[in-house]
Design a protein around this ligand. Structure first.
Ligand SMILES: C[S@@+](CC[C@H](N)C(=O)[O-])C[C@H]1O[C@@H](n2cnc3c(N)ncnc32)[C@H](O)[C@@H]1O
Ligand code: SF4
Length: 396
């Protein structure tokens, strides 16, 4: 990897975008309050000053203009993803203006997937209708759990039931693509509580479910509480049991796992995989707009300055808000391909592997952790549960 300091003007090395689809990520760095387990780049909006949103929006629009100058001619965008933070701290109109700006600058494919993440407590019928009118056609809601006790430990503001209600309302309002995020392994969550959360999520008949095991991030309030002994540490065996419960419950309900933590429901001729996340995992190009956003163009990666005030001032001065960048060498690109594709149900093409790695892939299959399908190594359920170890073994 060549990691060279990015000069203060945010200048990037010459980019040569890859052929094929490309995407825009927009990071919205505001939340109503901070959840104790979360270390995403986000700030409590009420503590940010009156012009926080207007300043952010002006800067985000400017970054798109600068991106267009840097990238040159590009085809229309295939997917847009508003992530956070809580994108629905912006109004639907403000999100719509960002969508419109992408359309003006690059064009948006007719069949583009345009997702926003949303917290259930920020939604109601008017907001949902406004999001649809803004051109957003996929809603990804953070439900996390249906258990009040678990939501409290996670410091979530919404009451149990709200996410399911909003998912059902989203459907009635006209959303054809609704996803729910769940977290398992929260201290104090037992197996029955996790089963109830899955069952509750399924009552909303979402098109897509993400189930992430709780990561205790250093520096968070949750990590401090665990260190003090106030709440117990997550347990590996418990996490494994809960992953198995998720797979069984979701599969029996007709969902198909397509990435270790993600399941889609085939409906109306679509498999409802998240196309934007698939673009990351397949190594396509994307530009990340917003404070702390990461981007990738054909082996060059970069990430923006994290604080919204620095982000704004960089763009106001006509500079790119890039904090730093790296150019991946051939070995790094190879490792990334292995790491990302092995987590996908479509598997890792054997043609991508060296002879030594192919031999290791055979050993993985012999250990009963995967199989060869269409000249790809595809992990089975046992393999998915130890995917990180398998990836390390394959690349060692
Ligand atoms: C960045 S959040 C944004 C969406 C929205 N603000 C919310 O919280 O629902 C996206 C998802 O990341 C997941 N997430 C955040 N922190 C996590 C952690 N420490 N461990 C596991 N999942 C986490 C949650 O499932 C969350 O729904
Ligand atoms: S989990 Fe979501 S709502 Fe909570 S602080 Fe993180 S981004 Fe904000």
């Amino acid at each position: 990897m060549r990691r060279t300091m990015t000069p203060p003007d945010g200048h990037l090395p010459a980019l040569q975008p890859a052929d094929g689809p490309w995407s825009i990520y927009v990071h919205v760095p505001f939340c109503a309050s901070r959840c104790g387990y979360c270390d995403f780049n986000t700030y409590v909006l009420s503590a940010m000053g009156d012009d926080a949103v207007s300043g952010y929006l002006a800067a985000a629009h400017r970054e798109m203009d600068r991106a267009a100058q840097v990238l040159g001619q590009r085809p229309a965008v295939s997917t847009i993803f508003f992530g956070g933070g809580t994108p629905t701290m912006l109004t639907a109109d403000q999100l719509g203006e960002l969508v419109d700006h992408v359309r003006t600058v690059w064009g948006i494919n007719d069949d583009a997937e345009i997702t926003t993440e949303a917290n259930p407590e920020t939604l109601d019928e008017d907001v949902l209708s406004g999001l649809l009118e803004a051109g957003i056609n996929r809603l990804s809601m953070g439900m996390q759990s249906s258990d009040e006790h678990v939501l409290t430990i996670l410091d979530r503001r919404h009451r149990p039931g709200r996410a399911v209600e909003m998912a059902q309302l989203a459907r009635r309002v006209g959303f054809d693509d609704v996803s729910l995020d769940l977290i398992f392994g929260t201290p104090g969550e037992d197996l029955d509580s996790w089963r109830r959360s899955l069952d509750a999520a399924l009552t909303a008949e979402p098109d897509h479910v993400s189930a992430y095991s709780l990561i205790v991030e250093e520096g968070t309030r949750l990590a401090a509480r665990i260190r003090r002994g106030d709440v117990p540490m997550t347990d590996e065996d418990d996490l494994a049991d809960k992953y198995l419960i998720a797979e069984k419950t979701l599969t029996e309900a007709g969902y198909v796992n397509y990435e270790v933590s993600n399941w889609g429901r085939p409906r109306n001729g679509r498999d409802h995989r998240c196309r934007h996340n698939m673009a990351y995992w397949l190594g396509h190009d994307w530009w990340g707009i917003g404070p702390g956003a990461h981007s990738h163009v054909n082996g060059t990666r970069w990430w923006n300055v994290k604080h919204p005030a620095t982000y704004r001032s960089r763009l106001a001065d006509g500079r790119l808000p890039v904090e730093d960048h790296e150019v991946l060498d051939a070995q790094q690109r190879h490792e990334e391909t292995v790491l990302l594709r092995l987590r996908l149900a479509d598997g890792l093409a054997l043609s991508q592997l060296t002879p030594v790695e192919r031999h290791r892939a055979e050993q993985i299959a012999e250990q009963g952790l995967g199989a060869f399908e269409d000249d790809c190594l595809v992990l089975n359920l046992s393999g998915r549960m130890v995917a990180d170890r398998i990836i390390t073994d394959l690349l060692m």
